[in-house]
Design a binder for this molecule. Structure first.
Ligand code: NAD
Length: 491
């Protein structure tokens, strides 16, 4: 794969992009160039959309029980190639092999849920809504839909949408992140083997120009976006301007609240995994920990210890617990934000800047970092750092902690660590975030629940995964039907 130019997959065949603009794809642990990704022009989006629109005419008429058969085959292929895919994810994205396997498993679970589409997209029927009249609602596919994906879960995120879209009878176009396009390239090789009809699933590599062509194409009916909030806002507005259905999952700043009655050993282990797992590059990463009352001292000491001990290195190595961040630019941005936090009054309790990692001098590494005493109105309290940096804050009551959660502009996830059912009940009811964890550090919904998100972390109404995806990828048609009795007499 070394220095290969990646291809697009359009109408069931691999095509070399005509783009003269290409970007190198790096291994962030070593800075080695793995391949080149073309920045496909709008014309190639047009080709993929035309193929998908043509395929839709037949695919929407294939019975749902038949449409899921290639998805069953794809599940088998993903499982059979899990090790190879996990290595690829680690190589281009940096996370550990264990994390890559976990993400792939989440992708596969979405295929499994989408295989239940014959039941999941059933309609409803009411007999005799008036004398001799029946009324029913059926779900029909929309047409061509598209996903625009971020870098941090190259396998999983397109699967929050793609299997549901095509199981519902739509045809599809995926635009992976230009930073991590290799995983989808490999997955589309498996899609090719799973025998979907040509044009049902298409892959177009690229960046902004490619995205803008998707946004403007009149035949693309629905767009699913996952990425940073400024881009999510842009996609949401543009898609609406062009009359499309749209769901945009954005960035986050996720707080975890630690009450004095929490099991400190368990809480620290889970909090460290949440803050430093995937090098903090998860939209559900804990990035603020708010201690309440007497939790402050034991939690601060334990989390500082856990941060300092985490083994950072190349995610391909078995003992490594945390890999690099995605790019050198990202590392520099994270380090600058740590400095800004310090300048605004936080104490750098554990400093992960400019680490020396043996044999990986060119990698983009930041080690786990803890900022203590983060001011509630400062930059760190509200900025998504997207790196292994945990800010610590302190309050005296659970009410104050909930108020702190709720004044945040973000609303992706909030977690509480406690032994108290009453506190947990209050928190889950009052905390303003779409995903809530109680003694859980990464409250990632299973495929049969929607992947929620509120406030500046989500733009739209229906989320990815589960019955939300089925609703997003179908339009309802209501039929009111009368068959007068006298017409039956002739038979
Ligand atoms: P990003 O916004 O930079 O890029 C996401 C996608 O948008 C990419 O495919 C990219 O090519 C495209 N893009 C980037 N800039 C664009 C522009 N100006 N116009 C049109 N398209 C553009 O995000 P990223 O850095 O790849 O991913 C990290 C972000 O994603 C973080 O903010 C993270 O919180 C968020 N994220 C959110 C969720 C969630 O479920 N809420 C899940 C994963 C990641």
């Amino acid at each position: 794969m070394s220095n290969a130019v990646l291809k697009n997959y359009i109408n069931g065949e691999w095509r070399l992009s005509s783009a003269s603009d290409r970007l190198p794809v790096h291994n962030p642990a070593t800075a080695q160039v793995l391949a080149e990704v073309p920045l496909s022009p709008g014309d190639e989006v047009n080709q993929a959309t035309a193929a998908a629109a043509q395929a839709f005419l037949a695919w929407r008429r294939v019975p749902a029980v038949e449409r899921v058969q290639p998805l069953f085959r794809l599940k088998g292929l993903l499982e059979a190639h899990a090790d190879e895919l996990a290595r690829l994810i680690t190589q281009e994205c940096g996370k550990t092999l264990k994390e890559s396997r976990g993400e792939l498993q989440r992708a596969i679970e979405n295929v499994e849920v989408a295989c239940g589409i014959p039941t999941a997209m059933q309609g409803t029927f009411s007999e005799d809504i008036a004398r001799g009249i029946d009324e029913f609602m059926i779900r029909q596919p929309l047409g061509v839909a598209a996903a625009i994906a971020p870098f941090n879960f190259p396998a999983m995120i397109p699967f929050w949408f793609m299997p549901y879209a095509i199981a519902c009878g739509n045809t599809y176009l995926v635009k992976p992140s230009e930073k991590v396009p290799l995983t989808m390239q490999k997955i589309f090789e498996l899609i090719d083997q799973a025998d979907f009809p040509a044009g049902v699933l298409n892959l177009v590599n690229g960046a902004k120009e490619t995205v803008d062509a998707i946004l403007q194409h009149p035949d693309i009916r629905a767009i699913s976006f996952v990425g940073s909030s400024p881009v999510a806002r842009y996609i949401y507005a543009q898609a609406a301007t062009h009359g499309k259905r749209v769901q945009c999952q954005g960035g986050a700043k996720n707080p975890i609240i630690v009450l004095p009655d929490a099991d400190m050993e368990m809480t620290t282990r889970i909090a460290a995994d949440s803050a430093f797992g995937c090098a903090g590059q998860r939209c559900l990463a804990a990035s603020l920990a708010v201690t309440v009352g007497e939790a402050k001292q034991p939690f601060t000491e334990a989390i500082a210890d856990a941060a300092a001990q985490r083994i950072t290195g190349n995610g391909l190595e078995a003992n490594v617990q945390m890999g690099p961040v995605i790019t050198a630019q990202s590392r520099d941005r994270i380090e600058a934000l740590i400095q800004q936090g310090a300048d605004e009054g936080a104490q750098v309790l554990v400093d992960g800047r400019q680490p020396q990692i043996a044999g990986l001098a060119n990698g983009s590494f930041v080690k786990p970092t803890i900022l203590q005493g983060v001011p509630p109105d400062g930059t760190i309290a509200s900025t998504e750092i997207f790196g292994p940096v945990l800010g610590l804050m302190h309050v005296e009551t659970v009410e104050e902690a909930i108020a702190l959660v709720n004044r945040s502009p973000w609303g992706n996830m909030a977690c509480l660590f406690t032994n108290s059912g009453a506190a947990a009940r209050k928190f889950r009811s009052e905390a303003e975030a779409g995903n809530i964890g109680i003694n859980i550090g990464v409250a990632a919904p299973m495929a049969f629940f929607p992947f929620s998100g509120w406030k500046d972390s989500f733009f739209g109404d229906l989320h990815g995964q589960s019955h939300h995806a089925v609703e997003f990828f179908t339009q309802t048609k209501v039929v009111v039907e009368r068959w007068p009795k006298e017409w039956s007499r002739q038979f």
